[in-house]
Design a protein around this ligand. Structure first.
Ligand code: NAD
Length: 488
């Protein structure tokens, strides 16, 4: 039996003991996860520095803060999320108990990516624990040091219920042969397809948090200086290795040079004249990605940057201008610090351009004209939409985060993760009394019975059991009256 098979079996055995179900247990594990982040903060930030040259404060801001927010929210809302959720009834079930009962799915596999290795691996874990599941955690092997730190989770969490499996592609593939109750994968679309294929063998549902080319439209009717500040931040943070980084800019030719100059000023302001020696400018994760990104420049015109150093996996903040849709850099997700500008003749052409490509993870638009923004929302599709800023929609925990089409399946954050990793079980508890009311459904199916069935079944009543008691009583009386009449 392989190590992966054994670990999954142990997690299932642990789940079947039922100990992950009580809310006290879930809350305790969440508190332990929080303690891991607090007590191991130095090891985490050191590892991120070694893996991605992230600064200590950068790691706290982009990796740990959102995780802390997720844990705090889950702890405060756990009992509300896990409670039965009343639903609207029809007149036939007015006096019955009808509700949705969230239940744990079982054993969940979380496969993380390397670009924000802590956030993308442990944020889904929060919801998975809150929902009462056992979880097999597979950090990305590409962040060697961070994966090592995540092994320390065994000292904080129930180690059989929440095992960490480190290793590379063979280990992930071995894990994917096992049966899970849900697979939550973050990474690129090609591997996403392999994950879905493996999941299909066991009919396992999946959440796929993928990437793609997220466009950024700049309307000429906007404050270009502010737009460029926000775009420069969103593009070059973590050296462009952010799933929701603006991949490319669409704007009219008349503003292209202005955009280039504003971005040049911002790069200088944020990263100094020498980003290579600046503490808050990252590095490309490895030489394979370095070579891939450099090759994407192809014969595009470099307007800013282009400087690089393979020995350090350094690529300076780069802007490419007059880029055509056919150029190399427009054929795949960049996932690095290259920002192509593709000139388009106005909004109609921009919308057509966006719609001809795969649906992106996010669409950014900068405009002072609300009509432009509303048209983009109405006439395009993407996982998320953000006007006049970059990245910050990620911080709103109530917004479901995820892709559509090629950029992903399913969504998460806050309660959305809890729901995604729960089975929302439909429960109806009828009484064995009041049998006479069922006459209308038993044969023979007369016209009279059909008429009453329409009344009793089609009228939706939106009440919870304890609120609107008066309304409930009134409706019950009405139902009784109808039944009486029907049965006369
Ligand atoms: P990666 O190379 O770390 O791969 C992710 C995981 O997949 C790893 O755990 C790895 O072991 C596993 N894996 C890789 N190849 C495999 C194979 N052939 N078979 C089975 N498992 C395999 O990460 P990556 O894919 O380079 O991550 C970058 C991508 O992730 C980008 O496209 C980015 O946009 C996307 N991403 C999306 C989000 C999101 O929330 N939507 C977040 C971060 C990254």
């Amino acid at each position: 039996m392989s190590r992966e098979q054994l670990v999954v079996q142990q997690a299932r055995t642990a789940f079947l003991t039922g100990r992950s179900k009580p809310l006290d247990f879930r809350a305790q594990q969440l508190k332990n996860l929080k303690r891991f982040v607090t007590e191991r903060q130095k090891e985490i930030t050191d590892a991120l520095k070694m893996d991605l040259n992230k600064s200590e404060n950068g790691s706290k801001l982009y990796e740990l803060l959102s995780l802390e927010g997720e844990v705090n929210l889950a702890l405060s809302k756990l009992s509300e999320w896990a409670s039965p959720r009343p639903v609207a009834k029809n007149l036939l079930t007015i006096s019955d108990e009808v509700y949705i009962q969230p239940q744990p799915l079982g054993v969940v596999l979380i496969i993380g990516a390397w670009n924000y290795p802590i956030a993308v691996t442990l944020q889904p874990l929060v919801g998975a624990i809150a929902a009462g599941n056992a979880v097999v955690i597979k950090p990305s092997e590409i962040c060697v040091h961070t994966a090592k730190v995540m092994e320390l989770l065994a000292l904080y969490l129930d180690p059989e219920m929440y095992p960490v499996v480190t290793g590379g592609v063979p280990e992930t593939q071995e894990l994917l042969k096992q049966r899970f109750d849900h697979i939550f994968y973050t990474g690129n679309s090609s591997v996403g397809k392999l994950v879905m294929e493996a999941a299909a063998r066991h009919l396992t549902p999946v959440t796929l948090e993928l990437g793609g080319k997220s466009p950024c439209y700049i309307d000429k009717d906007c404050d270009i200086k502010i737009a460029c500040r926000r775009i420069t931040w969103g593009k070059y943070v973590n050296c462009g290795q952010t799933c929701i980084a603006p991949d490319y800019i669409l704007c009219e030719p008349s503003i292209q040079n202005r955009v280039v100059e504003e971005i040049r000023n911002c790069i200088k302001e944020f990263y100094t004249d020498d980003p290579k020696t600046f503490s808050d400018y990252g590095r490309i994760i490895n030489q394979r990605h370095f070579k891939r990104i450099m090759a994407l420049i192809g014969d595009s015109t470099v307007a800013i940057g282009g400087d690089n150093d393979e020995s350090e996996c350094y690529i300076g903040p780069t802007v490419l201008k007059d880029v055509t849709p056919e150029s190399k850099v427009m054929q795949e997700e960049i996932f690095g610090p290259l920002l192509p500008i593709v000139p388009v003749n106005g909004l109609n052409e921009a919308i057509k351009f966006i719609n001809e490509k795969e649906k992106p993870l996010v669409l950014y638009a900068f405009s002072s004209n609300n009509k432009v923004i509303k048209r983009l929302i109405a006439e395009t599709s993407s996982g998320g939409f953000l006007a006049n800023d970059c990245l910050v929609h990620f911080t709103i925990i109530d917004l479901p985060f995820g892709g559509v089409g090629n950029s992903g399946i399913g969504h998460y954050h806050g309660k959305h993760t809890f729901d995604q990793l729960s089975h929302l079980r439909s429960c109806l508890i009828k009484k064995l009394s009041m049998e006479r009311v069922n006459q209308m459904r038993y044969p023979p199916h007369t016209r009279e019975k059909l008429r009453w069935a329409r009344i009793l079944l089609l009228k939706q009543v939106n009440i919870s059991r304890w609120r609107h008691l008066a309304q409930a009583a009134m409706l019950a009386a009405l139902a009784a009256f109808l039944v009486q009449r029907f049965l006369r």
